[in-house]
Design a protein around this ligand. Structure first.
Ligand SMILES: *[C@@H]1O[C@H](CO)[C@@H](O)[C@H](O)[C@H]1NC(C)=O
Ligand SMILES: *[C@@H]1O[C@H](CO)[C@@H](O)[C@H](O)[C@H]1NC(C)=O
Ligand SMILES: *[C@@H]1O[C@H](CO)[C@@H](O)[C@H](O)[C@H]1NC(C)=O
Ligand SMILES: *[C@@H]1O[C@H](CO)[C@@H](O)[C@H](O)[C@H]1NC(C)=O
Ligand SMILES: *[C@@H]1O[C@H](CO)[C@@H](O)[C@H](O)[C@H]1NC(C)=O
Ligand SMILES: *[C@@H]1O[C@H](CO)[C@@H](O)[C@H](O)[C@H]1NC(C)=O
Ligand SMILES: *[C@@H]1O[C@H](CO)[C@@H](O)[C@H](O)[C@H]1NC(C)=O
Ligand SMILES: *[C@@H]1O[C@H](CO)[C@@H](O)[C@H](O)[C@H]1NC(C)=O
Length: 557
């Protein structure tokens, strides 16, 4: 998913993780086997890490009083055996621990006494352990805690009392547990970021209803069937909602009120429609709805979505766009792959000046219409158009006015030929894929001028001969013509073509294996003449110049 990079960036920020150069820390010899480094040159925080410790005693011995008591310490103890936890406490370290991470330590019980001396801890991660319940007694020792991460720790339930002792908890990560029960009053109203993804929730018990400060909410990969009356009622600050991979059968009504929403991920659910819920989401930039059961879009579905850049509607059951896209003036990427469209009209995207990528692959499109050619100004600059796996017999000249098109994929259709105006005006086209069609000639490409075309994929068609087919393709560098019925190749096929790679002269490669090319003296001559002109015919092993003599002898005989 394109979103995943950004998603992990969100999470890194959320968890306060830093990725950066390691700066020296003066006591690094004394604290071995623990290590340390400065977080940043200007910050007062030192990152201390102890990994693969055999006991907590070892940690205490290594770190006790090794840092000035006013230095902020971010302490991480990971992959360690802490069976003697109860014999010590963090107090003994004499450190101002502002961040504490205890990860992959196989912790199942956290004795309260151990966690004294953590009055300055703002960040606690207990992720990747096996905790049967939220350790309330431990959290009580950290009155200024703002961030808590108990991800992947086998929690099954969150009770009303669990976070009650933390007056200012803002970031809470509970992802990847087995949570199926949430107390009605379990979530603190101070929360700004909440991750409940990858759990076993089938109901939220109204616990998010009053969260007015929430900015990011992750509910993905649960078993939620409805979010009605479950999401924050006001949610004026909610910018991101991820409820993908659930069983939602209806758009959550509350989203209507989320004026600040910028990213909405609802993929892999069972939504039948959008019900006009998103009409006013003026700040929405990314909308992911792929893998649902969406059948219809009303013309005013996206009425005020001025900011929408990325619309993912793949793997639904749309048969028509119903003019719904016209208000999307910021749209850059439109993905409609794997739907049931039988026709696509370019009038559906008229005026969408920012639109660059359209994916219409794997539909049932047999007709392209609404040609843009007559427009006075070139309004769209579609860079990539995917129409592979459709039912097109012809292009009907519909792409004529699609200015700026660089990549066009028409593979796996039913194309039999190109008409004279099908490819006119595609002066920026660099890559054309017409493989797996029924083309019996490429003649039109000799009459049309495609000055930028570098890659032509036309394998698995019904081509029988190559004449002057490349004469309109002066920049061609790659022609895949494998698995056709080509018998003859004329010598001046590429006479007007001169491949250039990154501005430097290159060689045009023509792939011909899987064709019944007749090997005779004339072909050998053609191969040699073309090679002198930087054109290489490949896949003709049965007819290489090395058997020149035998061929000539054979034809002489
Ligand atoms: C922890 O302390 C108890 C008694 O105070 C002692 O018997 C035990 O050996 C100690 N364990 C470790 C691992 O130091
Ligand atoms: C984790 O702790 C449990 C007991 O809490 C123990 O049975 C198990 O062996 C420990 N696993 C490892 C890898 O130390
Ligand atoms: C809902 O919350 C109540 C009160 O907090 C709790 O008793 C109940 O178990 C919760 N139900 C679910 C399904 O989590
Ligand atoms: C087009 O919009 C109208 C009006 O909202 C609606 O009745 C119809 O079902 C929509 N058609 C499709 C195919 O989405
Ligand atoms: C469209 O979405 C599908 C998944 O639904 C994805 O595989 C494909 O790469 C997307 N197309 C584009 C152009 O991003
Ligand atoms: C065109 O689409 C087909 C089928 O989806 C794919 O295999 C092929 O790689 C695409 N062509 C190009 C040039 O990207
Ligand atoms: C080789 O290039 C020259 C100059 O562009 C051209 O006149 C000639 O026809 C070409 N020969 C072949 C076999 O393409
Ligand atoms: C040309 O040489 C290849 C092997 O290099 C051989 O398989 C093929 O039969 C030869 N063809 C002719 C016509 O001699």
């Amino acid at each position: 998913m394109p979103g995943s990079v950004t998603m992990s960036t969100f999470l890194y920020t959320l968890l306060g993780l830093t990725v950066g150069a390691s700066l020296h820390c003066s006591v690094r010899r004394e604290i071995s086997p623990c290590t340390c480094r400065l977080q940043e040159p200007t910050s007062n925080t030192i990152l201390v890490a102890c990994e693969r410790m055999s006991s907590f005693t070892q940690v205490v011995d290594a770190l006790r009083d090794k840092f000035p008591p006013d230095t902020d310490i971010a302490l991480r103890i990971a992959y360690s055996h802490l069976d003697d936890f109860t014999n010590h406490s963090f107090q003994e370290l004499g450190l101002a621990v502002t961040k504490l991470k205890l990860n992959h330590d196989n912790l199942s019980s956290l004795p309260e006494s151990v966690f004294s001396g953590l009055g300055r801890t703002e960040y606690l991660s207990l992720a990747d352990n096996s905790l049967p319940a939220v350790p309330q007694q431990v959290l009580r020792k950290m009155p200024v805690l703002k961030t808590l991460d108990i991800g992947r720790s086998q929690l099954q339930a969150i009770t009303d009392a669990d976070f009650q002792q933390i007056p200012d908890l803002q970031h809470l990560v509970l992802a990847g547990n087995d949570i199926s029960q949430l107390g009605h009053a379990s979530m603190p109203h101070t929360l700004r970021h909440l991750h409940l993804g990858r759990n076993k929730l089938s109901h939220l018990n109204g616990t998010l209803r009053g969260l007015t400060e929430l900015e990011w909410l992750f509910l993905n990969d649960n078993q939620l069937t409805t979010l009605d009356e479950q999401l924050p009622q006001e949610g004026q600050k909610l910018a991101l909602l991820h409820a993908g991979n659930n069983l939602l059968q209806k758009m959550p009504q509350d989203i209507r009120n989320y004026n600040a929403i910028e990213a909405l991920f609802l993929q892999n659910n069972e939504l039948p429609n959008l019900g006009g819920i998103l009409q006013r989401a003026r700040k929405l930039k990314r909308l992911h709805l792929c893998h649902n059961n969406i059948r219809e879009l009303s013309p005013d579905e996206f009425n005020e979505l001025d900011s929408l850049e990325d619309l993912q509607l793949g793997h639904n059951q749309l048969t028509s766009l119903n003019g719904s896209l016209l208000p999307l003036r910021s749209l850059r990427c439109l993905n409609l792959t794997n739907n049931l469209m039988e026709e696509f009209s370019l009038q559906e995207i008229i005026g969408l000046r920012r639109l660059r990528i359209i994916d219409l692959s794997h539909n049932k499109i047999s007709r392209l219409s609404g040609q843009l050619e007559n427009l006075v100004e070139p309004e769209t600059r579609i860079v990539e158009l995917r129409l592979d796996y459709n039912l097109l017999h012809s292009l009907d000249g519909a792409l004529m006015g699609v200015h700026g098109l660089q990549k066009l994929n028409l593979s796996n259709n039913l194309l039999e030929n190109f008409a004279p105006d099908d490819l006119i005006g595609l002066e920026d086209l660099r890559i054309l894929d017409v493989s797996f069609n029924r083309l019996n000639t490429l003649e039109e490409t000799s009459k049309t001028f495609l000055p930028s075309l570098e890659y032509l994929y036309a394998s698995h068609n019904a081509l029988t001969e190559l004449k002057q087919d490349f004469h309109g393709l002066p920049s061609l560098c790659w022609a895949d013509l494998q698995d056709n019925f080509i018998q003859s190749i004329e010598q001046d096929l590429a006479a007007k073509t001169r491949c250039r790679m990154h501005g430097l002269p290159g060689t045009l490669k023509v792939f011909l294996s899987g064709n019944p090319v007749q090997c005779n003296a004339q072909l050998l001559e053609t191969i040699a003449a073309m090679e002198a002109n930087f054109t290489k015919l490949l896949g003709l092993a049965h007819c290489s110049p090395s058997n020149m003599t035998s061929v000539i002898t054979a034809s002489a005989a």
